[in-house]
Write a protein that binds this ligand. Structure first.
Ligand code: SF4
Length: 121
């Protein structure tokens, strides 16, 4: 049996979770709500993260634009997704929420702009 201690990131309460994994069976203790149990089970089976980064901008008043994945993606795809984002250049103007890369790494998740970049005059 494996035993893990995690801090739930579901809300500011930050409950300390104890997870016991015995094959397919997973028991969670310390959670105040069901979101904590869901988080702990996902974290020990298929962890996911939101990726935040920046892309290069062509013809913008700023040279870079911050972006993030629109939902968490599998943790083991973070490095590959990060490389794809690093190589991407986007033409200005860019609006907040614009899809910069759709379906990154076939995750079904888009990379979207989190700030506006105006075009150079
Ligand atoms: S278990 Fe529930 S109450 Fe506790 S930190 Fe997670 S989301 Fe918040």
């Amino acid at each position: 049996m494996e035993r893990f201690e995690l801090t739930c990131i579901g809300c500011p309460l930050g409950c300390l979770l104890t997870v016991e994994k015995n094959g397919e069976e997973i028991k969670v203790k310390g959670n105040t709500c069901l979101n904590g149990e869901r988080y702990a089970k996902e974290e020990v089976t298929a962890p996911k993260r939101i990726l935040t980064q920046s892309v290069k901008v062509r013809d913008g008043v700023d040279k870079m634009c911050s972006v993030k994945t629109s939902a968490p993606i599998p943790k083991d795809m973070i490095i590959k997704a990060s490389e794809i984002i690093r190589e991407k250049t986007v033409d200005a103007p860019i609006e907040i929420g614009k899809i910069i890369i759709s379906n990154i790494c076939d995750t079904g998740v888009d990379v979207i702009a989190t700030r506006e970049v105006r075009k150079k005059a």
